[in-house]
Design a protein around this ligand. Structure first.
Ligand code: DON
Length: 303
């Protein structure tokens, strides 16, 4: 087996030599100004050791990756009841598709597309104030990462609120189908804030340890739930690019429009990669390339 640290150093060098970094997301103005030519990768192995290369000290907006944590929290609070409101199938559509929600009568395909994550956030809220729900989400993420230095970027949350017209359309559509228990404004206020959590790749890889299912790593949810969260990540974690990610990378992963990806090698490692330029599915371009190379070199595909 090749030496992991050497492989990570090579991935960092390859990324920096690349001509194409992809395009940063433009629909959240605060993210549109981020330099796409950045790269970081951190890996926590089953023995608890952290291996990394690149800009691993730079915090970035984790965005949709937080949907994994809110799903874990919701399943803990509401259990299988969530599945009466959200499906478990790949969407085959863009993460912010409106047409699919209409066609399917207000029941989102899965908890990782925006419509599904808005329902999940509504379930995390329950009857609580947004501040209490956000405190639970931040507490979960900090506990998982073993770091108190993880925060919400209020400017990013405000930027998305001001320009979140598609998410407001989705939330109102959900409400029209009685699939929200709170007002669209309250749910989206909470959703935009948890999406605006910032982490470094080191913190994110640490936060992913609970999904690895290895004896020495923190256990936050049951083994059965770990399997199910990983199944959702594999089938739905990259939206309409999930099949391509499974084909090329071969492990469960969840992307965010800030250019981060959390990927899990079951029983072996948690990986966080970040490069802000995106591919046509809205997933990190260089991050995906690096993960494909990493799983090939380390023989980490689950297939
Ligand atoms: O709701 C949104 O559009 C963003 N807060 C999150 C979307 C996202 O990260 C999509 N992932 N690639």
């Amino acid at each position: 087996m090749p030496d992991l640290d050497s492989v990570l150093q090579k991935l960092d060098r390859d990324a920096r030599a690349a001509a194409d970094w992809g395009q940063v997301a433009s629909y959240i103005p605060q993210l549109a100004g981020v330099d796409p030519a950045q790269f970081a990768i951190s890996v926590v192995t089953a023995d608890g050791r952290l291996h990394q290369a690149g800009d691993t000290h730079v915090p970035f907006s984790v965005q949709s990756i937080t949907k994994v944590f809110t799903l874990a929290i919701t399943l803990g609070r509401a259990g299988d009841q969530l599945w009466t409101r959200v499906g478990r199938e790949p969407s085959g559509r863009a993460f912010n598709s409106i047409v699919q929600l209409e066609q399917e009568n207000g029941r989102p395909r899965n908890p990782f597309i925006n419509a599904g994550a808005i329902v999940t956030t509504d379930a995390v809220l329950g009857r609580r104030a947004p501040r209490e729900a956000l405190a639970e989400i931040i507490r979960f993420v900090r506990t998982a990462a073993g770091s108190e230095d993880i925060h919400i970027n209020e400017t990013v949350a405000a930027s998305e609120t001001d320009f979140g017209h598609r998410n407001f359309a989705l939330a109102h559509f959900l409400a029209a189908h009685d699939n929200l228990t709170n007002s669209p404004e309250k749910v989206l206020g909470t959703y935009f804030h948890h999406c605006a959590i910032e982490m470094t790749t080191a913190q994110l890889a640490m936060a992913g340890r609970f999904l690895v299912h290895a004896p020495g790593l923190p256990r936050l949810v049951s083994p059965r739930r770990i399997r199910r969260l990983n199944a959702m990540m594999l089938t739905c974690g990259h939206y309409d690019g999930s099949g391509d990610f499974a084909y090329r990378v071969g492990i469960p992963g969840k992307s965010g429009v800030g250019g981060g990806i959390l990927a899990i090698v079951p029983h072996t490692a948690a990986i966080a990669v970040w490069s802000p330029g995106l591919n046509r599915y809205g997933n990190s371009h260089r991050g995906t390339e690096a993960l494909a190379e990493l799983t090939t070199r380390m023989d980490w595909s689950i297939f």
